[in-house]
Ligand binder design. Structure first.
Ligand code: SAM
Length: 260
C-alpha cells in the first residue's frame, strides 16, 4: 500500500479534501451510479484500447478507479490493478471486485515500479484542476505504460464542448435509496475549473435526509490535452465518444500510445 501525497505546486489535495461522495458518503456511490449502468461504455473503452495496442493487452492499471464500476466489466478481459486516493472508495470497489489488486495512491504521484500494457483513467481525471495536476497524472500514466502500450483518458468535458447541465438519477437497494440532482456550471470561464454541485436525497428505511456536495473539476481545451500528452512522450489523439445515451459531438476521450 502506498499513499503518495505531497505536491510541489502549492494547493494540496489530500484524501480528506475529496468531495463527500468519496469520503463519508462513499457507501452510497453504487446506489447513486450502479455498476450495470457502465456496461456499454466499458465495452467501448475496451474495444478502443485493444484496437490501438500493438500486441495483446493483458495487464491494465486504472488510476482513480473509484467504486470499480468500469472495472467490474473490464476485469474478465484484463488483469487489473486499481488505484484510488480514497480508502473509502477502495473499500467499495474491493467488495465489488475482490479479485482485483487495490492500491491507495494519488494519480499525480503514485509510482508502482511496474509497467502495464494499458493505463485507463476514466472520469477521475476531472479532479485534476490545474495544468500541473493534469500533466502529473498524464506523466503517471506514461511511466506505468510499457513501450507499445496504450493509455486512455476520459474527461467528462473539454472546454470546447462544455455546456452548463442539470441531471438527475439514482437507484434503490432494498432499505436504502438515493436520488440526486447534479448541476454543472462554470463560475469563471477564464480559469481551468468548473463546478458540479450535488444535492443527494438519501433514504434509509422510512427516513429521508438531504446532503449537499460540491465537486471542483478541471476544464482544458482539446489542444492542451494533446500537447500535455505529446510533451510527456505519448502519441496522442482525440476520439469521439459514440454511446447510445450521449448526444453525438458532445463528448470525446484521448487515446495515447507510448512509442516502442
Ligand atoms: C467518479 S469516481 C470514479 C468512478 C469510476 N470511474 C468507476 O468506474 O467506478 C472518481 C474517483 O476519483 C478519485 N480521485 C480523485 N482525485 C484523485 C487523485 N488525485 N488520485 C487518485 N484518485 C483520485 C476519487 O477518490 C474517486 O474515487
Amino acid at each position: 500500500m502506498d499513499l503518495s501525497s505531497g505536491r510541489p505546486d502549492g494547493e494540496t489535495l489530500h484524501e480528506n479534501s475529496l468531495p463527500r461522495l468519496y469520503r463519508d458518503l462513499a457507501s452510497w456511490f453504487p446506489i447513486l451510479t450502479a455498476p450495470e449502468d457502465y456496461a456499454e461504455e466499458a465495452a467501448i473503452y475496451r474495444k478502443i484500447m485493444v484496437g490501438a495496442g500493438a500486441s495483446p493487452l493483458e495487464t491494465l492499471l486504472e488510476l482513480g478507479s473509484g467504486g470499480g464500476n468500469n472495472a467490474s466489466h473490464l476485469k474478465p478481459h484484463f488483469m487489473m490493478t486499481l488505484v484510488d486516493l480514497s480508502a473509502d472508495m477502495l473499500a467499495v470497489s474491493r467488495s465489488l471486485n475482490p479479485e482485483c489488486e487495490h492500491i491507495q495512491g494519488d494519480m499525480r504521484t503514485v509510482r508502482l515500479g511496474r509497467l502495464f500494457d494499458a493505463v485507463f483513467v476514466h472520469d477521475a481525471i476531472m479532479y485534476m484542476t490545474t495544468e500541473n495536476d493534469l500533466r502529473s497524472a498524464i506523466e503517471t500514466a506514461f511511466v506505468h505504460c510499457r513501450p507499445g502500450g496504450v493509455a486512455l483518458f476520459c474527461p467528462d468535458h473539454v472546454r470546447e464542448t462544455f455546456r452548463p447541465t442539470t441531471n438527475h438519477g439514482g437507484h434503490d437497494a432494498g432499505e436504502r435509496s438515493l436520488r440526486y440532482l447534479e448541476w454543472s456550471w462554470d463560475p469563471d470561464p477564464a480559469d481551468t475549473n468548473y463546478t458540479t454541485d450535488f444535492a443527494y436525497l438519501i433514504r434509509e428505511g422510512g427516513n429521508v435526509r438531504c446532503e449537499y456536495d460540491r465537486h471542483i473539476c478541471g476544464l482544458f481545451g482539446r489542444e492542451e490535452w494533446i500537447r500535455f500528452m505529446t510533451e510527456v512522450g505519448f502519441h496522442a489523439r482525440s476520439v469521439p465518444f459514440e454511446h447510445s445515451k450521449i448526444e453525438p459531438g458532445t463528448a470525446e476521450f484521448f487515446l495515447s500510445i507510448r512509442p516502442q
